[in-house]
Each structure stands twice: as structure tokens, then as C-alpha cells.
Design a protein around this ligand. Sequence first.
Ligand code: IDP
Ligand code: MG
Length: 151
Amino acid sequence: MADERTLVLVKPDGVQRSLVGDIIGRFETRGLHLVGLKLLHMDRELAGRHYTEHREKPFYESLVAFITAGPVVAMVWEGPGVVALVRAMMGATDPAASAPGTIRGDHALTIGANVVHGSDSVPRAAEEIGLFFSAAELVDWRSDVARWLQG
Ligand code: IDP
Ligand code: MG
């Protein structure tokens, strides 16, 4: 499967509940490749661009208020089929329906505070990555572990 990139956010509830390490750890141990990482406090303008598809929804105002309520951790992960893989690891949007073992299924109870965001398609991932990261902030690197261990 071709390598893809996706944007993941640990939402303000995840940061404030000290779930950042757990969430990053799941992607690391799954074998995904980290290419971008930052802590930032989203303003209303960025929230509007990020959630543009939801502008007309009844929950839009509460969604923007929530995502701007405190800092988020933004990450770019790379790997084969990573867009769908991250969505599967996140669990269903409504934590009431999220399977145990998923991030939301293990850590969330309400749809408004569901801990994590992941892009929902490859083209949308490219757009979302561009909202949060400049090209220079995406780091091109490969593991040297095998060389260090095996000489
Ligand atoms: P996703 O985060 O799983 O991609 P989306 O449908 O894109 O789900 O919705 C974006 C976010 O908006 C959700 O993660 C959730 O926090 C919030 N949201 C979605 N539907 C509702 C709703 O019916 N009521 C309140 N909040 C919602
Ligand atoms: Mg979505």
C-alpha cells in the first residue's frame, strides 16, 4: 500500500487530561512514522478553516468553542494507508459507538469531547496538513536503528 500522510490533533480535552503520551505512543508502537509535531492554541480563524465542512451544522459553534478552548497537539504521521488506519485506531466519532481498544473507545464518553481528530481522506489530509504546518516544519528522516544495532 502506498505511503500516505495524515493530520492528527490531540484535542484540548486530550491535552488537559494528559493523554498526549498515550496517543502518540499508540501511533509509534503501531510503526507509523512521525514527520511533524507541535503544540499550539488554535484561534477561531484556524478552527473555521479546519472545520469548514461543518459550518452549517447545528453543533458548529460549540465545536469551534471547544477546539479553541486550550492548546492542541498537532502531528503528521506517515505510513501505508495511514489515513484509514488512524481513523480505525481513533474509533467512531461518537464514543458511545467506539469500540474498546480504540482511542475514543478507551478514553472518551461524549461526542463533543472525543479527544482526537484525524483527517478523513488523502486529499483532505493534504489540505489539513497545510493549515497546521509549513513545508519546512515537515521533517524528512529515516531510522538509523538497524545500522546502530547491527553496525
Ligand atoms: P470526526 O472527528 O470523527 O471526523 P466529524 O463528523 O468530522 O467527525 O465531526 C467533527 C467533530 O465535530 C467530531 O469529532 C465531534 O467532536 C463533533 N461532532 C460531530 N457530530 C456532532 C454532533 O452531532 N454533536 C456534537 N458534536 C459533534
Ligand atoms: Mg471529520
